[in-house]
Design a protein around this ligand. Structure first.
Ligand SMILES: [Mn+2]
Length: 359
């Protein structure tokens, strides 16, 4: 039997909302995922790409990775692929940061080209591995469809596998991919995606999960999957589904304040994201007390960052209803009242002069 531990998309160097703390978090998330994986004593630890967020990682991240993988030497075979973020295509330099790690024999990857295969014996069984780094779709399809594995156990790893499960060749016992940051596993077709090791892009990852995928493969034809949830090292509180349609500004402010008030983070310095949906008129929109709400939330919850995502749409001004349309004086006052005009009081005092009620 061969045991594979599969993780992906660590995006070292990325930082949500440009928070430097999140760079440290990304490293911690990867370390946590690797430690979790190693508890299963895998033969192979595969990272399916986007280890780094940029093809020119900072030394902090590079040194971290070197130390991390150095500790795994002789304990597990580490495979890492280039993702669309690691790879320097189209820029004025040639090498992915993974080439250095390969040169140091810390990882196995695809070398200078996008595709490589190698064999290794585990538990007396030869396992054939096909590695495909990020490449164009035609190249991806070419390599996928021309791969002819000879061993009973063959594995296919690529950063992305943009092919529906039913159309994958059946020659491989496990297909591992990354690219999308949420967990997905198709046990029927043996294709798995762990998701990222931490939160990279909150709006795309909000409802999803990240998992370590451990796959046991033998000759039985049926893989054994063990899944373990990977939580970000930082606590995230997402308030979603807040719909303020039809509310006036006071109600909106109260609703948002109540939602923040109900939160009870367990860890210190959480990241809090409040997504506000709905259709409101421009007047209500103008009346949303963003600054006060953020101050209130920061005081109460002591977050690393509190963000209110304005996902609402404005439907333009609210209609003004005039009870006596032919009465100009009454109509002006009603209009000013309904549009919260700041000069309403002064106009009310001045109006009699123009309409000549009293002399
Ligand atoms: Mn990615």
């Amino acid at each position: 039997m061969v045991r594979i531990a599969h993780i992906s998309d660590s995006h070292l160097g990325s930082s949500l909302f440009q928070l430097t703390e999140r760079k440290e978090d990304a490293r911690k998330c990867l370390k946590k995922a690797v430690e979790m994986a190693m508890q299963h004593s895998p033969d192979i630890l595969v990272h399916t790409g986007d280890l780094f967020h940029s093809p020119l990682p900072q030394n902090d991240d590079m040194i971290f990775v070197i130390e991390l993988f150095k500790n795994l030497k002789d304990k597990v075979r580490v495979i890492v692929l280039d993702g669309n973020h690691d790879i320097p295509y189209g820029y004025r330099y040639n090498f992915s940061p993974l080439r250095g790690l390969e040169t140091m024999d810390l990882i196995v990857s695809t070398g200078k080209g996008p595709y490589a295969t190698f064999r290794e014996v585990y538990d007396g069984k030869t396992v054939e591995m096909h590695l495909l780094s990020w490449t164009s779709k035609p190249q991806f399809e070419y390599f996928l469809n021309s791969a002819r594995p000879k061993e009973d156990i063959a594995l296919f790893f690529a950063h992305d596998i943009p092919v529906v499960s039913e159309n994958l060749p059946i020659n491989f016992q496990y297909y591992g991919c990354g690219h999308k940051h949420n967990f997905w596993l198709d046990e029927e077709y043996d294709i798995g995606r762990p998701g990222s090791t931490g939160v990279v892009n909150w709006s795309r990852e909000m409802g999803g999960k990240k998992k370590l995928i451990v796959v046991d493969i033998d000759n039985s034809g049926k893989n054994e999957y063990t899944l373990q949830t990977l939580n970000d090292v930082r606590e995230f509180k997402f308030i979603t589904g807040l719909d303020i349609t039809g509310m006036g500004m006071e109600e909106v402010n109260q609703t948002l304040r109540n939602s923040l008030g109900k939160l009870a983070p367990k860890k210190t310095k959480p990241i809090i994201i409040v997504e506000v949906n709905g259709l409101i008129d421009t007047q209500t929109e103008r009346g949303i007390q963003r600054k006060e709400l953020i101050e209130y939330g920061e005081k109460k919850l002591d977050p690393l960052f509190l963000h209110i995502e304005p996902n609402w749409s404005s439907i333009g001004p609210r209609p003004v209803t005039l009870s006596k349309p032919l009465d100009v004086e009454a109509s002006v006052l009603e209009y000013m009242k309904q549009t919260n005009d700041a000069y309403a009081e002064q106009v009310k005092e001045l109006m009699p002069r123009f309409f000549g009620g009293e002399e």
